[in-house]
Design a protein around this ligand. Structure first.
Ligand SMILES: Nc1nc2c(ncn2[C@@H]2O[C@H](COP(=O)(O)OP(=O)(O)OP(=O)(O)O)[C@@H](O)[C@H]2O)c(=O)[nH]1
Ligand SMILES: [Mg+2]
Length: 262
């Protein structure tokens, strides 16, 4: 269970069976007494959740103000575990422009593994270990940014904890949110985890080098993702082979120009 957002104490649970198994079909009906208990319990969870999110949003606005004042492009990378967030960052930082300054905040429940990988590229990085927490929040970013003390006009990448659910709810004060889906995950992820795809502006479809070996239809994924967020823009790439990386690097360039105050 996540001790920070309380997501383990799920507010609303619907239990359904597929239509085909007719004899067993339909949702599981909870008894009246049980239902009432659940309702009461849900209300409590909801209030706690609102308080946590409100606090988070206030501090996220302060982070946003700080980024704005220093002309920092802050990008929040979100995905399920193993989609290739760190690999994308490694490939990006190896291609970095010498005149620009880059910083990374790494989020994981445990280990320094990802921070060590970024450190090997020579870019300043801090690791946030969330323990039992399943997402980064604006307070963690506030502290990590103070530790990093990024230069004006720099680019700050925030790699969120691998999780397609909770990070969607937590604004970190970033300028841009990028969701990554890799082709080994199945093309229905956008409709199974709509909040994450709804909250992002860009979607990277990673590991396209593996497309010949897996059942994954890129067009179907895009169609599903557009159903939940019709503004979403896509980049298909392979962090491994470098195919499509030019489009990602061009996007970073465009985003950097957009936030620059002349
Ligand atoms: N074939 C292939 N493998 C990739 C690609 N990108 C990442 N991988 C592999 O996928 C695995 C997970 O990559 P990471 O970059 O650690 O993924 P992550 O999203 O940072 O994982 P967490 O931080 O644990 O959530 C590693 O074994 C990578 O080498 C890719 O484009 N193609
Ligand atoms: Mg990682």
């Amino acid at each position: 269970m996540c001790t920070t957002c309380g997501c383990g104490e799920s507010a609303e649970v619907t239990i359904l069976r597929p239509r085909k198994t007719d004899a067993l079909s339909g949702s599981l009906t909870l008894g009246h007494h049980h239902e009432a208990e659940h309702h009461h319990h849900n209300e409590k969870v909801l209030h706690v959740e609102q308080d946590i999110l409100q606090q988070n949003n206030l501090l996220a606005e302060r982070n946003r103000g700080y980024f704005e004042a220093k002309n920092i492009l802050a990008i929040n990378l979100v995905s399920s575990p193993g989609s290739g967030k760190t690999s994308l960052l490694e490939a990006t930082l190896k291609n970095r422009q010498k005149e620009k300054h880059y910083y990374v905040i790494e989020g994981d429940q445990q280990t320094m593994n990802d921070a060590n990988r970024i450190d090997a590229t020579g870019v300043p990085v801090v690791q946030v270990n969330t323990g039992q927490g399943c997402h980064l929040d604006s307070n963690m970013i506030n502290k990590a940014v103070k530790e990093l003390n990024p230069d004006k006009n720099s680019i700050l990448f925030i790699e969120n904890v691998g999780n397609l659910v909770c990070p969607a709810m937590f604004d970190l004060g970033e300028n841009t949110r990028v969701v990554i889906i890799s082709v080994t995950e199945g093309d229905d992820k956008p409709i199974k985890y709509p909040d994450m795809f709804h909250s992002a502006q860009y979607c990277i479809i990673n590991k396209i080098d593996l497309l010949p070996y897996v059942d994954f239809e890129v067009e179907k994924t895009k169609e599903y993702a557009l159903r939940v967020n019709h503004h979403l823009k896509f980049i298909e790439l392979s962090a491994r082979t470098g195919e499509g990386m030019d489009r990602w690097l061009a996007l970073l360039e465009k985003l950097k120009k957009q936030i620059t105050v002349l």
